[in-house]
Design a protein around this ligand. Structure first.
Ligand code: GUN
Length: 296
């Protein structure tokens, strides 16, 4: 079998198009411009690239972008004061503090200081609890993007067996909750799972989010399964820098029914879902209906 390639780049463009259309109508009909504030502390090169891309995408869909770049030695009190100001600012509907933060800052405290209604990352403990109990929440962007791609490919996910490999708070755990919400039978596996390959072979939907380059090979995949690769690993091969996922693409694609590539799979969906969440937050803040096709 040769798997269908799920084109995350094209799908993300479609999601951004949906966001852009609904932003235009919000501006025209309600006179409201959704706004996203991104806070970057320090000069981590990867974070700088992410923040630049987030800014450009925000502007592209017609939203307001507020960038706050702070020195690496910014005090916790100053950062908390900024978050309180953004919480109180009616022009700001979404707040994202780029992680990782420098070591002297308490990430949990800072994330939990963001107004949960503006927490477009879905990392605030209130949103984690709401998602875990099946209530309306802000949903972390990467798992939301995976869910959208899975729904688009399968239609209904009800009754399917899903295995999520990875138990992080950012991807693995919320991904499992979302799949459960769509009535999948869900297993969370991880690096210590006994006979991981056999567990994975039970999956109609296999989500790899372990952070280990090409760990999930073809023998982990049930014939015809859908494989979602969340991994982004920079490796060197034959003296060249290369980006690979957590899935060994060639061997998995030979067995799977559908698969996301790296790059061009899940990656582009993360920013698209950040924009979707910002629009959702703006609609909720103004008592307007939820945006169409952009929520969990
Ligand atoms: N750093 C890497 N990915 C993310 C993300 O999704 N959100 C935030 N806030 N920081 C990140």
């Amino acid at each position: 079998m040769t798997a269908t390639v799920i084109d995350g780049k094209a799908f993300a463009a479609k999601v951004r198009g949906l966001v852009q259309a609904q932003v235009a109508s919000l501006i025209e009909v309600q006179g409201i411009t959704p706004g996203l504030a991104v806070v970057l502390v320090g000069e981590d090169p990867a974070s700088q690239v992410y923040v630049r891309n987030k800014h450009a995408s925000t502007i592209e869909v017609g939203m307001a972008s507020f960038e706050h770049r702070l020195a690496a030695d910014t005090s916790e009190a100053d950062l908390l004061a900024l978050i309180h100001r953004l919480n109180a600012d009616a022009k700001v509907h979404g707040i994202l503090v780029q992680l990782p933060l420098p070591g002297h800052l308490n990430s949990e405290l800072i994330i939990n200081t963001i107004d949960p209604a503006k927490d477009v990352d879905g990392f605030h403990i209130s949103n984690v609890g709401l998602l875990g109990t099946g209530q309306k929440s802000m949903v972390p962007c990467t798992p939301l993007g995976c869910l959208m791609m899975l729904r688009d490919h399968h239609g209904s996910l009800s009754g399917l067996s899903a295995v999520v490999v990875g138990r992080s708070n950012i991807v693995g755990k919320p991904m499992a909750q979302l799949l459960l919400g769509d009535s999948c039978t869900v297993t969370i596996a991880h690096s210590r799972t006994k006979d991981l390959a056999a567990v994975c072979r039970g999956a109609d939907i296999l989500v790899a989010a372990v952070g280990r380059p090409e760990m999930i090979t073809g023998d982990f995949v049930k014939p015809g399964a859908t494989v979602i690769d969340v991994g982004i690993n920079r490796i060197e091969r034959d003296g060249k820098a290369k980006l690979v996922g957590d899935v060994h693409y060639a061997s998995a694609a030979a067995v799977a029914g559908a698969i996301t590539p790296v790059p061009g799979g899940v990656g582009p969906m993360t920013i698209a879902c950040l924009l979707a969440n910002t629009l959702t937050a703006c609609c909720r803040a103004n008592g307007l209906p939820e945006p169409v096709g952009l929520t969990a």
